[in-house]
Structure formats: C-alpha cells, structure tokens
Write a protein that binds this ligand. Structure first.
Ligand SMILES: [Zn+2]
Ligand SMILES: [Zn+2]
Length: 340
C-alpha cells in the first residue's frame, strides 16, 4: 500500500509497504483519510526534533475510517469515522496510575516515537478511536491539535463568564482560544505579529486583540476597566512572553504555560505571591478533551471552517512539506488527504 516515510532529515520517501494484517484483540484496522501536518512533523523533517529516530512514518493528527475490528472491540462499527488519540501510555508509571496518562513517563506518540499515519491503512488500539458520525475526516484530523488547547483550558478550569487572555496565536493558541470560548469565556488575544492579530480578528472574530509589548499589563487593564484577566494561557514558547505572563493575570488567577522553551522561566516571586497565582504546565490532551472538542465541533461551538488552509497528497507531500514551514505561505493547518 502507498506509504510515505521520513528516511532521514530532509528526505521523505514514498514506497509500497506491507499491509498491516488483521486486527488482533482490542485493535482496529483503519483506513487513513486525513492527516494534519504540524510543527512536530516539520521539525522532524528539518532534523530539529530532539530524540527522533529515523526512518519514521510521520502523521499523528488523524481522521480515519474503521474497516475491521478485532476480538473484544465493542461499539465501533465498520465505516465509523474517528479521530485518533495518538498517545500510547504504559499504564503502570506514577502518572498513569494517577489517571494522568498524557504525562506518562514512557509515553509513545504515533508518528513520533512509533510509526504514524502517512499510509493507507494501519492498526490502532480501538480504545484510542473517538467516533463521531457528524464530522468529516478533516475535522477529525483537527481534534488532536485542538485537544492541546482544550487541555490547557481544562487545566485552568476555565468557566463561563470569565475573561481570559490567550498569548500566542499559532495553531495551539487559536485552539485554546476556541476551547475557552466554547466554555463561555470571553477571550482577549495577544501576539507579537500584527498579521496574526488581524487573522484572529478577521477569521476567528476576536474583538479585542493586543500587540505584545512592555506595557501590555496596562493596556489590558485599560480595556477591562482596571481589571486583569482571571486566566492567562501562554502558547508562545517565547521566554520573554512567559516571564511576563504572571503580570497579566488578576490576583487569584491561573497562568498556564502551553508553549515551552528550553531555558528557564523567571518572574518576580513578590508578584506571584501577592496575587496568589496558580501556575500550571499543560501538554497534550486526554480522552476527556478529545470528547469535549468533538462535541464542540458537532454543536458548532468550535468552528473548524477557518482551519484548513492547505492540502496535499501522499504523492506530493515530499515537495509540499518544506513550504508548509514557511510563514509566508500563510499556513494555519495543512492536511494530507488519502482517498479510500
Ligand atoms: Zn501535531
Ligand atoms: Zn505510564
């Protein structure tokens, strides 16, 4: 079957791989229909992804169709359209035992640590499939990306009526923005790039946007009649922005670091204490957020229309992928589609 793998940095190779065979107990055989391309794939392509083993079949943002199920699989019929939770946890480490499998110490991610979805068919554990009858394959392929933002919102426990600021309007920040709104929060948006602010206003309908900068705290207070947001979700991965994040948060509020960087985070303890802030890290989503995103998409609370800006195929991905890394391409999310 038609397959694409990353042989080494810079070289995607299309080849014919063996069929995956029949699903074993607890497994499903799926036809891959839509694959979101993300920063992880681009970093792997350019050899910038730490701890990445080559060769690897990329693809962890998947919209799939069930074509066979193994023994003991209930509630999944042939033809079911599903999103795939691509994180495989060990089940025995401390976070797994505590019900926090997304923090598994031995986490393996499809398309990163083990082969992913850039192929026509694959076997997946059936409990990693999230079925929704009303969503298309491109929407299902978006669930993983949006699940990361939804997890940040869940970490903060965002509630209806809150005023929240999202800093950093890349795909993860925009996912957090949509998840916070779906919970009924009012969302302000910050980015350093005017083009992204315009995109957030024009395409995502964000009314209040702010350019990042020194006096951001004052500008937010001006906009909020002297108050500050009760939650700050920072999806920049930018040191200066993360250092500043606590200063943007109202006393008693929560600061969530969704993005990450390699260095240290520094902010004044006096401010952190005086405001009695809660600081949270947020990484990949969980089954709960997958369900939340699916429900939000189905109800229309999460609008997927603005998301897919570029499209490719297995026979074109090798030439298209480098372009998806270029900010000038205006890519928000590219999808690779495979016909059944
Ligand atoms: Zn991704
Ligand atoms: Zn574990």
């Amino acid at each position: 079957m038609d397959t694409v793998r990353l042989v080494e940095p810079g070289r995607l190779e299309r080849f014919q791989s063996a069929e995956p065979g029949a699903p074993g107990p607890g497994e499903a055989l799926v036809q891959v229909r839509s694959i979101g391309i993300c920063g992880t794939d681009v970093h792997a392509f350019f050899g910038r992804q730490p701890f990445f083993d080559y060769p690897r079949i990329l693809g962890h943002e998947l919209g799939v169709e069930v074509i066979a199920v193994g023994e003991g699989v209930d509630g999944l019929s042939i033809g079911a359209r599903c999103a795939v939770l691509p994180y495989l946890e060990c089940g025995t480490c401390v976070p797994c035992r505590r019900g926090r499998p997304n923090c598994c110490a031995n986490l393996r991610v499809l398309g990163v640590h083990i082969d992913g979805g850039m192929r026509e068919r694959m076997l997946v554990p059936a409990d990693k499939l999230f079925f929704h009858p009303d969503l298309g394959f491109d929407q299902l392929a978006l669930v993983e990306t949006l699940g990361i933002g939804a997890h940040a919102v869940a970490r903060a426990g965002i509630e209806a009526g809150e005023t929240v600021v999202v800093v950093g309007l890349g795909p993860i920040g925009l996912g957090a923005l949509q998840a916070a709104r779906a919970r009924g929060a009012e969302v302000l948006a910050v980015d350093a790039a005017p083009t992204r602010l315009r995109f957030a206003r024009d395409v995502f309908g964000v009314e209040r946007t702010f350019e990042a900068g020194e006096d951001l705290e004052e500008r937010l207070m001006d906009a909020l009649d002297g108050d500050l947001p009760t939650a700050v979700l920072d999806a920049t991965g930018h040191p200066a922005s993360m250092d500043r994040a606590p200063s943007l948060c109202a006393p008693s509020g929560r600061v969530v670091f969704v993005g990450l960087h390699k260095g240290d985070v520094r902010f004044p303890d006096a401010l952190f204490h005086r405001r009695e802030l809660t600081l949270l890290a947020s990484r990949n989503g969980t089954a709960a957020e997958f369900r939340e995103v699916l429900a939000g998409m189905a109800s229309g609370a999460i609008d997927t229309a603005p998301w897919i800006t570029h499209e490719t195929r297995l026979d074109r991905i090798a030439e298209d992928l480098p372009g998806f890394a270029d900010p000038a391409s205006g890519v928000l999310k590219a999808v690779l589609r495979i016909d059944a």
